[in-house]
Structures are given as structure tokens and as C-alpha cells.
Design a protein around this ligand. Sequence first.
Ligand code: ATP
Length: 434
Amino acid sequence: MDNQQPEGSIIKFKNEKDEEELIERQNLVTVLPGPEGECHSQVIHVTSSGGTSIQEVCISKAVYSPLPSWDYEAHNIHVIVSTKSGTETAGKFYSQALEPVLKALFHKRDFSTNVHYTESANTIKELTTEVLWPKANNGEKLLVILLSGDGGVIDMVNAMLSKQPSVAYRAPKVAIFPMGTGNALAHSIGTTKDNTSGLSILARGKPLPLPIFKAIFSPGARMLVDEARREEELPKDSTGTPNLHGAVVCSWGMHATLVADSDTAEYRKFGVERFKMAAKEALYPADGSSPHPYKARVSVIRKGETEWQSIPRDEHMYVLATLVSNLEKTFVISPASQPLDGNLRLVHFGPTSGDEAMRIMGLAYQGGKHIDEPAVGYENIERLRIQFNDLEDDGRWRRICIDGTIVRLEKDGWVEVAVEKRHVLDVLSVANEL
Ligand SMILES: Nc1ncnc2c1ncn2[C@@H]1O[C@H](COP(=O)(O)OP(=O)(O)OP(=O)(O)O)[C@@H](O)[C@H]1O
């Protein structure tokens, strides 16, 4: 039996009992050569339809040519299970779906001691600094299998960038499994295009550099932590400037407000719905007033230019710069963004009614149609600067979101964002699929 129908939506093969099996291509993880001396290959696939339930993994023996893979076998593997991401399903996903696939992919190896479960909000940063960084800096080939939302990736990026690399530094490859709430990165690199939640990308994806941006802040900027009950100083770069790195989004206005207001244990129970719930609260204030007009000077350097240009208004509702296309599976904030293309794009619009803001954002759920609205600005930029100039008295309106981390600026504070040239991680994606 041959297997030469890889593009079809159904894959047919004969199993070891010579019975015909049909599986949907959407459910295919990979096809591995059989163990030595075996003429049958192993067809690894999932049985459930994706969605919110955790897939069951099946391995069928078949006469079927193995599929190409990247050289994952040459890598030292670390699995990180972020236990509190999203609705806390990462542990179950690991044991039910990922572990059987890893056992098939790495059948000759015992990697059990390299499985790390997060115990606090600092686990990923500490693990990166203490375990992953020294290996990467020595040039070891590392594969990090990360079961988390965007936060886990950002923690790794910031921990890696906080050190000066040696010439031997080799970027770890990261396979992202979307276990968070928004999972913007995973959705934007194609992880959820099939039903395997990242298993097919682990086996057959292509490692490409993860584009990142650097946000630098005025000296009084403080990170809000512990559900905004405390504030903390930001890390400082070699010039003493407070800074954070991100791979997804820098926003101010309505988006930052709804991310900040919904980052509580209470809201997190609602999964991705928490963003819509918080958006309604921000857009329809309880006293019946209009949504807040956010006041600051916003300037950009457009792609290919060198001069700063101000957005011609000092009141805004939505100001969001992003490196990715999707903030959620169906929320296409930047339809022109291609997986890992490294372009920073700005989406912005001015103050408007709650109904109109809901209508515009609703269009983002229709494949990114909001960018066709005359009221919405959408541009490819090199740099973004937001400067408060004492225009906002209440700190609530001076909150900036960097990939989910909330930073509150002082009254005359500012933030400036630009693409970072350094490259610290490679991510496996469907871009230029093998
Ligand atoms: N065991 C733990 N105890 C306390 N905090 C944890 C623990 N495990 C993970 N966390 C924290 O939970 C948060 C989960 O963030 P993550 O981005 O992975 O998921 P999310 O916020 O639900 O998704 P997204 O960012 O994609 O919307 C992080 O701040 C992480 O540090």
C-alpha cells in the first residue's frame, strides 16, 4: 500500500492486520519509521476533533512511507508544564497526549528527569536562567517543549536576554503547546491550523527565529503584580533604562485596560471569554457614561522612514502594536502579519461609543475586517512612542500591556517600542512547512 496522497484531506493506509484505516489529515501528527527490523511504519494521529477537549493519541502500524522531520533527535529535551496557564489543563495534556508522542519520537531516550512543572510565577524564568541559559550559551542543541500561554515564551525570552551571550550561544528551539488563554503566538504561527494542538508541529514543524520587540520606559514606570496589589521595578538594561521584551503586543487604551482588569483568578476561570467580559465593562461604564478617551501623544516611525510622525489626535481608544496576526484563535488583529515575519504593525482608532468600539472589534473576529474601516489606522512601523505629558491624572489610564504584563507609567511617563535585533529563541512553526 502506498501513501502518496499527502495533500488530500483523508489519509488511507493498511494496518498490520491488512485492514484499511482512514484518518483525517487534520488529525495526523506524523509517520515514523518502524522500530529496527520492522517493515511497518508508525502512523501517529489523534482521535478527537481538537476543540477544548484533550486529544487521544493513537499509533497505528502501517505500510506507509515515513514523513520528513527536522533533526529533533539530536537535541537535549526539556519539557515545561505551566500548571496555572489558562484553565489549568497543561498537566493533563502532557500525560494524555504529549507523553505518548514523545515516547514514540524519542523511543531510545529517557527524558523523564527533564520534565519540569511550574510551582510559581517565577519557575520558567528561574529554569531558563539556571538550566537552559548555560546550556544554550555553551552551544548545546536544546529543544524546549513548552506547555503554556504566551507568558511562558515571554518569560523565556526575557530571561535569555538578561544575560550577555558568548559567541557559542545557540538559540534553543521551542515547541509551543497552546495551554494559555489567548495563545496569540501559537495561533499566529499556525499551531492550531490542524487538530493536533501542536503535536504535528513538534514532529514536522520548521524552526525559525522568533521576532521580538524591546519596550523601554521612563524611570517611574512600575510593573503591576499580584493582581495589581503590588508594584515592582522593571529590569534595567546596560544603560540603566527600564525595559521589557515581548513577542506579541504592546498596547495602551482599551486593550491594555481589558487585559489588566481581567487578570484576576476570578476572571481567569472564564478562559478566553474573560477578555470580552472585561471589554464590556470598560466600554459600558456602570454610571452610563461614554468609554474613557485615553489621552497621550502617540508617535511612530513608519517602516522605511527615519522621522518621528505624530498620530494627529491626542485622544485615543485603541493603540496596539503587534508582531503577530492573531491575539486569539479567531481574533485577527493584524491580517497582513505572516508567521514570524518580524514586522511591527500598529492598529489604532480614536474615542468612540461603546457600541461602535464593539462593532469595530467584532470585525476583527471576521478575519481582520476592522482594518478596512475608515476610522481604523493600520500601519507597518519601525517604532512607537506613547508620551503622557501630564494629560492623564488617573494611573488607571496610564497602563501599558506588554504581552500581558501590565506596566503603569508616571504622569509625564513614556514608553518606546522597537523591534529587537537579537535572536534568542527559534520556534517551530508551519511557516515553510517541511
Ligand atoms: N504553579 C504556578 N503558581 C503560580 N503561578 C503560576 C504557576 N504556573 C504558572 N503560573 C503563572 O501563570 C501565568 C500563566 O500565564 P500564561 O501566559 O502561560 O497563560 P495565560 O495568561 O492563561 O495565557 P495567555 O498569555 O496566552 O493569554 C504566568 O504568569 C505564570 O507565571
